[in-house]
Write a protein that binds this ligand. Sequence first.
Ligand code: ATP
Ligand code: MG
Length: 591
Amino acid sequence: MTPFQWFLSYLKKYRWYMITGLVLVVVTTVLALVSPYISGRIVDDVIQGGAYDLLLNLILALVAVTVLRSALRFTFLMLFETSSQGVLYSLREAVFKKFMKEDFDFYNRNRTGDLMSRQTGDMDAVRHFVSHVIYFSFENVLTFVMALVMIFTVNVKLAVCMLIVLPFTALITYCQSKEIKPTFEKVRRCFSSLNAFAQENISGNRVVKAFAKEDFETQKFDKENDAYRDAQIESSNVWRKYIPIFEIFSNLLTVVLMVVGGLMVIQKEMTMGQFVTVNGYLWMLNNPLRQFGWIINDAQRFFTSIEKIFSTYSVEPEIRELEVPLASERVTGTIKFENVYYYSYNDVILRDINFEVKPGQTVGIIGATGSGKSTLINLLCRFYDVTDGRITIGRVNVKNFDLHSLRGSIGIAMQDVFLFSDTIEGNIAYGNPECSFEEVEKAAKIANADDFIRKMPEGYDTIVGERGVGLSGGQRQRISLARALVKDPSILILDDTTSAIDMETESAIQSELKAVGKDRTVFIIAHRISSIMDADLILVLSNGRIVERGTHESLLAQRGYYYTVFNHQYGEFDEFRARRMEERGNRNGQK
Ligand code: ATP
Ligand code: MG
């Protein structure tokens, strides 16, 4: 499918609007031919022929035609405007839906600002094409052809003389189209880049400020701004070159009429009235010629934009579902990683990962930064697909599940917490919008967030996120944890979720987590031993491999990486550990 065919598939829904609109364009154009005809009759019959009683009728006809034309014009303008808004609405929706379907890789490769440009500037070029360019180009071509036909009916010889401009017009049209297209591509590229730059600097403004880089960023912005302005000027230079040529052609027609037509009137080959009529039609030849340059401009702007939108739209996500995926209310069962490898651009990120977790168990994952911890759980959630090996849940390959079922059963508190510009309640309920306030509150209590939320100016109704009040890193993490919990997931993933939370609070959260969701499999990724020491299985990752595995005690006994980390953290941890050990001893004693 070409970008244009794709666009037509959206326009199809409005075909009757478009066809009716185009028919009305034909009618108004035909009506436009009537005025010069009546003017000619006034000169020949009334002024020169003395038939004064005809004058009133002719004037009334002239007024009636003008009123009718205006009414029809209004109607077709409305039809095209309505179609353009309709097409734009569906197109924007389709592109947004596709954005929602795209995978992590797509968002890694595309800048937010670029994607925003697809939905804004490029869409506007499409709207302009449907609401204006289609009818306007049709109207102009039609006016030109009809006026020429009418001149033929008045005087063939004069009409043939006027045809002289046509081959040149065609040639210039072709040259302008070819030359202007690349300049529009550059304009769109620069616009996207400018947008992306502005977007990054606005959302990353705190970093800019922290490093006092305002001037530096402003200079960089000026460069982007210059590039965009230069691209626009380059594009205008093209039309500035061509538009006068069309202007010359249109004036040339006036010269042809004056010289050839004048001579013919003198030689009595044509009446004065016919000369006036042709002069009336002349405007209908001139004007389209003048507009051609603009039409080509707008049309090429549209083609560039629709190509850009389509090229973004047609990227297929690499994470695909089976034709008949396995849908399940709740994906549960033993999670098994079997010989899992993951490569990204030929870099081996994970290699030979094998482990198994039963429902209800907790897995702790620890390892140096960049060792592949987040990637491991990204594979489980199918944000990326394994390159080799397989991951199963309850003996079913994760690739066989319907993505909604799979991800709907996983509650994840991601490493980079993102909160929407919404109330705290809205943010927590995000994964389960139908849940009651009590459920939100319960999740917040487990995440140890209820206390601080209640102290906020408007409690659960406080707006957070981009437009909202400031939250500390640990508060954000706890809201994100509550958001993961409110889904009551069968698999809970905490990716560095407690890194900004003090040990006491973390310990309280973990006890709460243990108390609820007995059959829930929990993955805890952490750098702090205290976060994972209670896990049933602890995996130590290094350079994408599991280098050590076992329980806290067995890993300490191995005296490897885990033991070293433990000793490093020992100082700050000592007191806390002693207390926890005591608690664990008491618990074991109770059992
Ligand atoms: P941290 O403790 O800092 O969160 P991590 O163990 O979670 O680290 P990962 O995020 O899993 O580390 O990254 C593992 C490796 O994979 C890193 O070397 C990183 O550069 C690389 N990596 C992560 N995401 C991608 C990606 N989208 N494309 C290419 N490489 C990636
Ligand atoms: Mg990580």
